[in-house]
Design a protein around this ligand. Sequence first.
Ligand code: KG4
Ligand code: ZN
Length: 365
Amino acid sequence: MTRDLTLLGLESSCDDTAAAVVRHPGHGPAEVLSSIVFGQTELHSAFGGVVPEIAARAHAEKLDHCVRDALAAADLRLSDMDAIAVTAGPGLIGGVLSGVMCAKGLAAASGLPLIGVNHLAGHALTPRLTDAVPYPYLMLLVSGGHCQYLIVRGPADFRRLGGTIDDAPGEAFDKTARLLGLPQPGGPSVQAEAETGDPRRFRFPRPLLDRPDCNLSFSGLKTALMRMRDQVMAEKGGLTRQDRADLCAGFQAAVTDVLAEKTRRAIRLYLEESPNTRTVAVAGGVAANASIRAALETVCAEFDARFVAPPLALCTDNAAMIAYAGLERFRNGERDGMDLAARPRWPLDQRSPAMLGSGKKGAKA
Ligand code: KG4
Ligand code: ZN
């Protein structure tokens, strides 16, 4: 079946309410006809993290507006869709439920098929949406809520090689910014400070590099930073602009080194499994970091692998990736019924043991 398909996608698993319309002609990349994202940053800013109840209520209020806007921006009606795809997990359960209930209502009213999508599969399949990357490829998911290496073999066939055992890297950037009094989101502010800093002045650890696997840990870096900051403050009575820049540069260099080396290990495992396909893709907000991105590009060049980094708007949480992941499942003849359940946890690779830890943005899968 290679006919042209158009799907509506809904996303509400964390702190972004999103709807999008995606069309796929049956081969090559897909076309994002519209992608609407309502962020909730200001609703949660006073609390230092996402408050699940506030998020769920905001999703319930905003979802139908998002759907209306996404259809209008695509200049289409619900009856022009072939199916409705919705994030059914993993994530904050109240938000996921809001999305699933909204999608069920739309499906019941329109008679359109309903497809539940794993949010992480949405991220992992984005390089196919944007660049029609063939299976299998290696995916590094690095955001405020996720961090894992996956071999993506098919729309529902993933092998997880490793991931964080505590914080996600974006979370570590955000906490670092908070400790240094820099604005949120922390990633861009820490990157900006690091530009004028000396990455060698403070000796940050390189967590888990002594272990041969692809697992990562970032919470120790934050503790190290706090200790170094307190030491400078005790000695000088405060932090100078240069102290802050050096701390940011040291922290960023440590995250970059760890991600680069663990990516080398993940690429070796990927090439053992599939020596003839050499594509490494990245998704998530942390992929915007210039130092990390440059290091990943260098590592890919060492292995003669293609490096694919989708545009940031499709790397961070959005509904176009959900519509696209649903589209691949729909093309394979898969459908869900009105009994589709919202799942707080939903590991992509059911065979690997569950990861430890749960971050500010909900359960890690
Ligand atoms: O993918 P994303 O928008 O949201 C989820 O986590 O789901 O990622 C947001 C995260 C934040 O923690 C933010 O600080 C981080 O990505 N981030 C960055 C940069 N830009 C955004 N981290 C490091 N360097 C950046 N330039
Ligand atoms: Zn996400």
